[in-house]
Design a protein around this ligand. Structure first.
Ligand code: ADP
Ligand code: MG
Length: 499
């Protein structure tokens, strides 16, 4: 495998004892007639699932090309395709020369992180980083905008009091902060963005339609805190900036966690919708919001039902097929259908198996790691998590269902990455495939699910071929987005820093 990974234990499932054993369960006659009849009655469901989820090379090629052409259409005009292709206004990337003391705030869910970094330039690089993670009191998720931002600013003020070390700035000097904000915003410059709507369970009043940078700056002012936002960034953009600081070959960043997204460095002259920006030379990071991709994906009845029952039907179809929030739920829906059609789990259906999102992606991942003869771990998880008892042959089927969904997800994610790379290569021959190119990868799904990771890497290699794939490196970067935001505050500094 030419794709290199800096995370532990990639284990390919190809040719493993597990796959052979699982397949064998269909061909080998079994003594137990009840088991036999269960296997027979669920076999057509499994066969159909595998057909519907199939991602042979021609399908992947088609999807990579569709991703590339959707990217072009989204760059031409807002609303031109499923892909929003959002302008980040980040057109200067960290070089390694950045020096000084910078802050970052990462707000994207029920926890937020504040971070302080001392940068020492090319030689010393990152001298120290300090961070704190704080959970947002639930009542503030339903309060007013002022209450939420005042709370965040008060945490920042306490954190800033502990400042020290080599770059201890005089009190009168304004500190700068990079603000990672993972909710939908309409960005108008690198340091302003209008909140379109809160998501992820937030229902804060009075922020929608406002500039979130102004909200934070005003709250910091109310706290008497001499700190100002210099860069507002999406977490994917922060990941790219953070990885680029260490490696000039980073061109793309992908997040595969609860949700998914990707961004990349585009040439400004290849962004027709960027008419009014001062210069059309150089590059700008484009936030693809690729979770919205939907063209010609191999979908099943389970995906369609899950989408119809979701809070955003018809939206984020790629995300619903490849990201951590959904893989376990798709498997649950398959198992429920199997339980209804057979006595795979006995003759009654548990309440838990009927409950949406009861089976989570870490559970299906854990089931796939079970190497015991009778798949005891699978049995325990099925009992504990979805309340069903199972025998060895039933568990083998469950593992096959998990792998079918993880395989489709990983391979589709791989095709998406290749789509981005091919789009960039088509515009500038040799830029991507003619030299080493790094895709920075963050997110718990990629980090913790070895089979998913292996399927993704294999799809990338199949699509690119052995020669080209030696130039493409997928590098796992953990939590790079926080430091990336601080670096972008430095790169976009307004207070006298000049790198
Ligand atoms: P987020 O995307 O919420 O910012 P992370 O990048 O840490 O957070 O990813 C968390 C997601 O990663 C979880 O929602 C889950 O879907 C997935 N995940 C976490 N642990 C595992 C695991 N052991 N196996 C498979 N997926 C996992
Ligand atoms: Mg994250």
């Amino acid at each position: 495998m030419s794709v290199t990974v800096r995370s532990p234990g990639v284990r390919s499932i190809y040719g493993s004892a597990r796959s052979a054993k699982a397949l064998g369960s269909f061909s080998r006659p079994r003594a137990n007639m009840a088991v036999q009849s269960n296997v027979i009655s669920v076999a057509p469901i499994l066969t159909k699932l595998k057909e519907d989820c199939a991602t042979p090379l021609p399908v992947l090629r088609h999807l990579a090309a569709a991703m590339a052409s959707d990217m072009r259409a989204g760059l031409a005009v807002d609303g031109g395709s499923d892909l929003p292709m959002i302008l980040s206004y980040v057109d200067a990337l960290p070089t390694g020369n950045e020096e000084g003391l910078f802050y970052a705030l990462d707000l994207g869910g029920t926890n937020f992180r504040v971070l302080r970094v001392q940068l020492g330039g090319k030689e010393e690089r990152v001298i120290t980083t300090e961070f704190e993670q704080v959970s947002i009191p639930p009542e503030l998720m339903f309060g007013t905008s002022e209450e939420l931002f005042d709370f965040i600013a008060s945490v920042l003020a306490k954190f800033a009091e502990k400042e020290g070390g080599e770059f201890n700035l005089p009190d009168c000097q304004t500190r700068e902060i990079g603000f990672t904000f993972s909710f939908p915003v309409k960005q108008t410059s690198v340091d302003s963005g209008i909140l379109i709507k809160w998501t992820k369970g937030f229902a804060v009043s009075g922020t929608a339609g406002k500039d979130v940078v102004a909200c934070l700056n005003e709250a910091m002012q109310r706290q008497g805190l001499n700190l100002r936002v210099s860069a507002l960034v999406n977490d994917t953009v922060g990941t790219l900036a953070g990885a680029r600081y260490w490696d000039d070959d980073v061109m793309v960043a992908v997040i595969l966690g609860t949700g998914t997204n990707a961004c990349y460095l585009e040439r400004k002259d290849a962004i027709p919708k960027l008419q009014s920006h001062n210069s059309t030379s150089g590059g700008m990071i484009i936030n693809t919001e690729w979770g919205a991709f939907s063209n010609d994906l191999p979908l099943t009845e389970f995906d369609r039902e899950m989408d119809a029952d979701s809070i955003n039907p018809g939206e984020q179809i790629f995300e619903k097929t490849i990201s951590g929030m959904y893989l376990g739920e798709i498997v649950r829906r398959v198992l429920l259908k199997m339980a209804r059609a057979s006595e795979l789990f006995g003759d009654s259906i548990s309440e838990k198996l009927l409950t949406p999102f009861m089976l989570r992606t870490p559970d299906i991942c854990a089931m796939q790691q079970d190497t015991s003869e009778d798949l005891e771990v699978v049995g325990t998880i099925l009992l504990d998590v979805v309340g069903v008892s199972s025998n060895a042959s039933g568990r083998q089927i469950v593992v096959e269902v998990c792998d079918t969904i993880a395989k489709r997800g990983g391979r589709l994610a791989g095709a998406g990455i290749v789509g981005i790379l091919e789009k960039m290569e088509e515009d500038s021959e040799g830029l991507i495939f003619g030299k080493r190119t790094v895709v920075a990868m963050d997110g718990g799904l990629y980090e913790h699910y070895p089979q998913y990771r292996a399927h993704l890497q294999e799809a990338v290699q199949e699509l690119l071929g052995p020669q080209t794939s030696t130039n493409i490196v997928i590098e796992h970067t953990k939590d790079g987005s926080g430091i990336g935001a601080a670096l972008l505050a430095a790169t976009n500094s307004k207070y006298g820093h000049n790198f």
